[in-house]
Design a protein around this ligand. Structure first.
Ligand SMILES: [Zn+2]
Length: 247
């Protein structure tokens, strides 16, 4: 589905929108919101950092600014806790890095590789990528920014910087001429998330590695890079499975 144009000058649609935006947040929204929160109970920003926190709010990924299509598009909704929601709103006002950015259609085919931690997403890509393929993986970016071969949660990189770099690399796919294929590694347990990425990037095939939680945790246990973080990964794996929707 094509999203409508969002960047028309203000006066253009001023008359068509509700006076304050308040009117959109009516009873129908409250019901939709409750349903979304019970289907997606965890904060998505925290999950992106492997942390499990209950969500209290439903956020519009791309701010709707009174646009009804964006407002009611479920693939544009995400569950957030209160602190992440206010952080996102502040970041938007300051021009910070959104977890789900606005993207243009990729010039080359993209394979979206989804699954819980420990499902073998990186290995899946490594076994299939051809020389020159582009691989975009937030964990790899976090690791590089932290100056290690893998990401240490203690390192003081700002997640925002990593997300910003990932978004830049995703946007650059629209202008890519040299590479034949891109691989994008992302958890995306909910169908709506996968659809959102696929729709935003276009030209996408989706692979879901729905590896059983016991198997993921066993692999994580044996992975020295993840040593000492068993509890955190256990939450992340079970969090992914709690939100998983098959195709
Ligand atoms: Zn949060």
């Amino acid at each position: 589905m094509e999203l409508p144009q969002k960047h028309r000058p203000h006066g253009d649609h001023q008359n068509a929108r509700p006076t304050s935006g308040q009117r959109l947040y009516d009873y129908r929204w409250q019901q939709a919101r409750e349903r979304h929160l019970s289907a997606h109970p965890l904060c998505e920003f925290h999950l992106a950092q492997d942390l499990v926190v209950l969500a209290r709010e439903v956020d519009h990924v791309i701010p709707h600014n009174g646009n009804l299509t964006l407002f009611w598009d479920r693939t544009n909704w995400q569950s957030l806790c209160k602190s992440c929601h206010s952080r996102k709103t502040r970041a938007e006002q300051l021009g910070g890095a959104p977890l789900r950015p606005q993207l243009s259609r990729s010039a080359i085919p993209v394979s979206l590789v989804c699954g819980p931690p420990g499902s073998g997403k990186t290995r899946y890509v490594d076994e299939r990528r051809q020389p020159g393929d582009i691989v975009i993986d937030l964990d790899a970016i976090k690791a590089r920014l932290s100056g290690h071969h893998w990401y240490h949660p203690q390192s003081d990189i700002r997640l925002d910087d990593a997300i910003h770099e990932r978004n830049q690399r995703l946007r650059a796919l629209a202008y890519e001429k040299a590479a034949v294929r891109a691989w994008f590694i992302v958890g995306a347990p909910a169908r709506s998330e996968r659809e959102w990425w696929a729709k935003s990037l276009g030209n996408c095939s989706v692979i879901v590695l729905d590896v059983a939680p016991e198997v993921c945790l066993e692999r994580i246990d044996m992975d020295e890079r993840r040593a000492g973080r068993a509890r955190e990964f256990s939450q992340a794996v079970h969090g992914w499975w709690a939100r998983y929707e098959p195709e």
